[in-house]
Design a protein around this ligand. Structure first.
Ligand SMILES: [Zn+2]
Length: 578
């Protein structure tokens, strides 16, 4: 993983200063010098909280739109975001950049408009339908499915039990894998079961999970059934009478660009911080919630600069919104040389618990690959997202050690309790930044019984205003501390878990490997934190004290490594790693 060595602040300021001699009109003002202010000083210009009520309104706006990259609901959503950010000064104030990046000039976009599935024979019965497009059962049309040119009446058959040609097939297997087979066999309609999905069983008999089919320009209409609809159809089939269905589906395919939004609070020479939230997918929690918090953070700090007299920060803050993974890859590519940290906000509004449930929702920060892959100590267990329970990766050497995840856990806990981190699993917008060598973490809430289904719609049990506010407050304290203060709040958060964590690791037997791996990791992570803070901030007494605590923990672990290595008679090598 090659990455440009981090330029020292003094070095970076020089060439830009030269540039300012005769700047063209739209060049941004030169970055400010690093100004070291004590913790809490940022409250002169910024509230500690995002406007969570306004964020929830945005969730409501996005919830009513089935956002697929580049389709009309997606474009409307991007327009709404843009107008909100413009309202906070982005794109009008030259300290607040607002731009669109085009990911695909000419994509085929897809939008579900309406659909219905009825039994005609033996007895008329409406099973599933949605119209208009924001209706609850809108996920019954699998993404990419062709529509029908008027209602289709077809016989129902079970997969493999009869010739599927011209019929509606109750398919075995997942849409992603089986659709093409049924298309080639000439099926007219492909019906897929609710539980036939990578995410595992749905939590409710009425839940209709969304999914994708690679239909291209032709193929059967592809519908997803709820468990109760599938059960009803099998009941009818097993009665032995012919079952005739009427299917209607209306979709809009267009050609057009796929864009993403980039907003930047321009700041000084310290490494930048980025918040990413994917806009696509139809969920309120996944991920209108993350988009709403990212927009609210940008508004909070943008408005403070545009209207509140706040000075430029010591580093730039970036907010990007677009298609999952693709927009993060684009941002990592464009900003890799100036970014220090990246945070993915994905599913951040669901209330924790309930404790009574078998799988209560946890408030989580996903770590980058680190020794917690093997020795978790006080770090929480996997999220349950990965079927096998963990990533199965026992190596972390390709990820830059960073205390970002610990910082987020501590400051989110201060904002509202119960947050924990868990080992790396992947699968969201933090991954492209890791691949680009930029330390990143994922802030999310999981497990989620509505995950990727028709149940993921706005409502207090799905996305709560208080939980959006909590994530906003935790992230805002990172931005305030590293943007306008001496970073002490962040450094203290970084140091906080280590005293207890070292004790736990020291009790592991045999402890050598764990202590060696973690001490080597922590030494490098402390360096990374120091360069994130910048020399000026790192020198401020409160920040320096916290940094010393981190280094102290690394030394204790190093001693433990040595002691256990000698104890196990394996002599000399300190700070093992994988
Ligand atoms: Zn998501």
């Amino acid at each position: 993983m090659t990455r440009l060595p981090r330029a020292r602040p003094a070095l970076l300021a020089l060439p830009l200063a030269l540039l300012c001699a005769c700047p063209p009109p739209n060049v941004p003002p030169p970055p400010a010098e690093v100004v070291v202010r004590p913790a809490g000083e940022a409250s002169r210009w910024f509230a500690a909280d995002i406007d969570a009520g306004r964020a929830l309104e945005l969730v409501d706006f996005l919830d009513r739109r089935f956002r697929e990259p580049g389709n009309a609901p997606y474009r409307e959503s991007l327009d709404e975001l843009e107008s909100r950010l413009r309202g906070a000064g982005f794109g009008t104030d030259d300290r607040l950049l607002l731009e669109r990046w085009t990911l695909d000039e000419d994509a085929t976009t897809w939008e579900p408009l309406s659909a219905s599935l009825e039994v005609v024979a033996p007895e008329p019965e409406l099973l599933q339908s949605f119209s208009p497009a924001d209706d609850r059962q809108r996920t019954m049309l699998l993404i990419g499915s062709p529509g029908t040119s008027g209602p289709l009446e077809v016989d129902l058959v079970e997969d493999g039990e009869a010739d599927p040609k011209g019929c509606a097939v109750l398919a075995d297997g997942m849409p992603e894998g089986e659709y093409r087979r049924l298309a080639d066999a000439g099926a007219a309609v492909a019906l897929f079961a609710a539980d036939a999905r990578l995410e595992g069983r749905v939590s409710d008999d009425e839940a209709i999970p969304f999914g994708n089919v690679a239909a291209g320009d032709w193929g059967p209409v592809a519908l997803r059934l709820s468990r109760s609809t599938e059960r009803r159809l099998r009941e009818l089939l097993h009665k032995g009478e012919p079952v005739v269905l009427r299917v209607g589906a209306s979709v809009l395919r267009e050609r057009g660009p796929v864009e993403m939004l980039h907003a930047e609070i321009r700041g000084g020479p310290l490494p930048g911080i980025l918040f990413a939230a994917h806009l696509d997918e139809p969920g309120a929690e996944d991920n209108a919630s993350g988009v709403a918090v990212a927009a609210a953070l940008a508004e909070l700090f943008g408005r403070g600069i545009h209207e509140g007299g706040a000075p430029a920060p010591n580093r730039s803050f970036h907010f990007v919104v677009g298609p999952e993974i693709d927009h993060a890859e684009e941002a990592a590519d464009r900003l890799r040389d100036t970014l220090g940290w990246a945070v993915a906000l994905d599913q951040v509004g669901r209330p924790r618990g309930p404790e009574s449930s078998r799988h209560p929702t946890r408030a989580l920060v996903e770590r980058a690959p680190d020794p917690s892959q093997r020795w978790r100590a006080d770090i929480g267990p996997g999220s349950g997202w990965l079927a096998g329970g963990d990533s199965g990766e026992a190596t972390w050497s390709r990820a830059e050690p960073s205390l970002l995840a610990d910082v987020l856990v501590v400051l989110l806990r201060e904002a509202g309790g119960g947050w924990e981190s868990h080992p790396f699993e992947g699968g969201s917008d933090h991954v492209p930044f890791l691949a680009a060598g930029i330390p990143s973490a994922l802030v999310w809430r999981f497990p989620d019984p509505t995950y990727h289904t028709s149940l993921d719609r706005i409502g207090p049990s799905v996305v709560s205003q208080d939980d959006l506010a909590e994530v906003g407050r935790g992230c805002a304290s990172v931005i305030a501390s590293l943007g306008w203060e001496d970073g002490a709040t962040v450094a203290r958060a970084a140091a906080a878990p280590w005293a207890a964590r070292v004790d736990i690791l020291a009790m592991l037997t045999p402890g050598a490997e764990a202590a060696c791996a973690w001490s080597r990791w922590l030494e490098q992570a402390a360096d990374e934190l120091e360069s994130m803070l910048g020399t000026a901030c790192a020198a401020s007494p409160a920040t320096a004290a916290a940094l010393a605590e981190v280094l102290g923990a690394a030394t204790r672990l190093g001693d433990e490594c040595l002691r256990s290595t000698i104890g196990s008679g394996r002599g000399g090598r300190r700070g093992g790693g994988a």
